[in-house]
Ligand binder design. Sequence first.
Ligand code: IPD
Length: 267
Amino acid sequence: MSLEHDLGSLAIDIAREAGELARTRRDAGVAIAATKSALADIVTEADREVEALIRTRLKAARPDDGFLGEETGAERGASDVTWVVDPIDGTVNYAYGIPTYAVSIAAVRGEPTPNEWDALAGVVYAPVSGEVFHAVRGEGAWLGVNRIAVNPEVGPAGALLATGFGYDPATRPGDLELIGRVMPEMARDLRRAGAASLDLSYVAAGRLDGYFERGLSPWDLAAGALLVTEAGGRFGRAEPDGGPRGPLVVAATPAIFDRLAEAAGLV
Ligand code: IPD
């Protein structure tokens, strides 16, 4: 078995345990622990507890690896592997009782910065649906035990796309302008599910044709981007204007990637 395969298996086991903890805490009622970058950007007690569990499990299994988590930050390791973790992606859904949230865990090699790292394995686990999306570099992408692939083509009605919004209200006019450019150009419809890791997993599984969003953090996309590329899709991330809205991410089936990237301004 390859290192990538072993890392993927470990990530699945830990994501399952972490997801069950998140679901149990949700059923018991959720306390908002703090707001972060903006009033809308919340962290629950469960986010912290779930990240602590993931970190403890990873430390026990692979003590030399680095860690980059949404809630507890970065720690360099002695090995060249870093774990990039979002304990609960879709925290606002989680806090409102909307079941669309997921645990996202990826193992990357190199600088723990998107575009610089080399993703080795990733898992996105949605505890309410029980769906496990996972990918291993060079080996493919799966939903449970079934191989997944992006949609091979997009019909004449246009592409089913998804997007998301950052928490800073100052970025909203730009986000709406982006939708105004993309939708008339190519969309049959648009989804905003509220968890970037699942949006990317859905592109990988052919449930969406494409996805775009500005301002994602590394932990939102680390596992999902690998899922997309291992499922035969394309993923791009760039800072078109370097402004406060942050990097633009585009992921799609190759059938529409270039058109979507151009319409969204990923150049
Ligand atoms: C958020 C979700 C959301 C996306 C935001 C992310 P979080 O992650 O993925 O869909 O639109 O940009 O920050 O805060 O729930 O982990």
